[in-house]
Design a protein around this ligand. Structure first.
Ligand code: NAD
Ligand code: IPM
Ligand code: MN
Length: 346
């Protein structure tokens, strides 16, 4: 059996609840394809911060680096100042491990109700930049608390960072049946960054003549995601636009409880990290109402990344079975959903 060293960061709120179900499913599927999953559970998040003031100690980061992959639940807690855990733990992992491809597929699966009257055939993947943009902390504040306060948060876009992401997005578009790539940006206002993204897409696009290239300003993309989402195949975009676009893409394809993601380092120099798109949902934490499906589908992305495409496909099919049956069942708890998916797999 091939051993998979899996770092598990369950995190805060519903994070541990949904991660338990993701691991439950992984434990069923892994042995059937000869994988031996060896998890290391990390106590990181609000509890640790309250107890020790630590978010992600250097020594823990170095330990995590030695794993084959990471499964993360969610971080963030109303009792911790906003940004402390989001930046100090989640973004630190994405940045330090150079997970520059934030992969967020959205597919409207059979049996799933979309809030759109006529969603059409929605099957898109957002390739979101994961290490740059307005997320880098390149800003500051002057005269805080005075009427003359000035706050800046400058978006960082490097030729290196944009090109490697755009290349990855074209490769993905090339491998999909529709071979279409849409750059989502705002070059009518964000002159410098927009120009870099546009020139990069033009240049890499010239090397991929069989990929159809389209462009949408991000505001118009919000219209089309609601009126005609089937026009999108691969969407390539920056870190902040991608964050926003993918919550809407989730909402139109069955909700945030189904949206999976991978933070991928395609060079494989560091472990990639798989997590639901949603957060710690403090409003429902502890009630057993969190849908673990997004985490289970993130486990499928993890399996695919590990070269286990068949196992990944089986997990997606088991989720598909569960989604088809959902309409006939009443409300279920987080673990009942996990059990149903695991049973259908076994
Ligand atoms: P959220 O995604 O946690 O919640 C938004 C809404 O979706 C809430 O109504 C919540 O109940 C619902 N929801 C989320 N996941 C669900 C699930 N699996 N099943 C059913 N309903 C679900 O976003 P938020 O409220 O903006 O943020 C809460 C906290 O999470 C904040 O601290 C935020 O910074 C953090 N956050 C973390 C991540 C992450 O760790 N990747 C992502 C987003 C937000
Ligand atoms: C997400 C989250 C994170 C992001 C936050 C919590 C840093 O919203 O994973 O979508 O903005 O990337
Ligand atoms: Mn988000």
């Amino acid at each position: 059996a091939q051993t998979v060293r899996l770092a598990v960061v369950a995190g805060d709120g519903i994070g541990p609840e949904v991660v338990a179900e993701g691991l439950k499913v992984l434990d069923v599927v892994a042995p059937s394809v000869g994988l031996d999953v060896a998890p290391t559970h990390y106590d990181l998040g609000a509890r640790r911060w309250h107890a020790t003031g630590e978010t992600l100690p250097d020594s823990v980061l170095e330990e995590v680096r030695g794993h084959d992959a990471i499964l993360l639940g969610a971080v963030g807690d109303p009792g911790v100042p906003s940004g402390v855990l989001e930046r100090g733990l989640l973004l630190r992992l994405r940045f330090a491990l150079d997970q520059f491809v934030n992969l967020r597929p959205s597919r409207l699966l059979p049996g799933v109700a979309s809030p759109l009257a006529a969603p059409g055939d929605v099957d898109l993947v957002v390739v979101r930049e994961g290490t740059e943009g307005p997320y880098t902390g390149n800003g500051g504040a002057l005269r805080v608390g005075t009427p003359h306060e000035v706050a800046t948060e400058v978006s960082v876009n490097t030729a290196f960072g944009v090109e490697r992401l755009v290349r990855d997005a074209f490769a993905r578009a090339q491998a999909r049946p529709r071979r279409k790539l849409t750059l989502v940006h705002k070059h009518n206002v964000l002159t410098y960054a927009g120009d870099l993204w546009r020139r990069t897409v033009d240049a890499v696009g010239a090397e991929h003549p069989d990929v159809a290239v389209d462009y949408c300003h991000v505001d118009a993309a919000m219209i089309y995601l609601v009126t005609e989402p089937s026009r999108f195949d691969v969407v390539v975009t920056d870190n902040l636009f991608g964050d926003i676009v993918t919550d809407l893409a989730a909402a139109i394809t069955g909700g945030i409880g189904l949206a999976a993601s991978g933070n991928v380092d395609p060079t494989r120099r560091s472990p990639s990290m798989f997590e639901p798109v949603h957060g710690s949902a403090p409003d429902i934490a502890g009630t057993g109402r969190a849908d673990p499906t997004a985490t289970v589908l993130s486990v499928a992305l993890l399996l695919e990344h590990l070269g286990q495409a068949d196992a990944a496909e089986r997990v997606v099919r088991a989720v598909g079975d569960d989604l088809l049956r959902r309409g006939d069942l009443g409300p279920r708890t987080t673990s009942q959903v996990g059990d149903a998916i695991a049973t259908s797999l076994a």
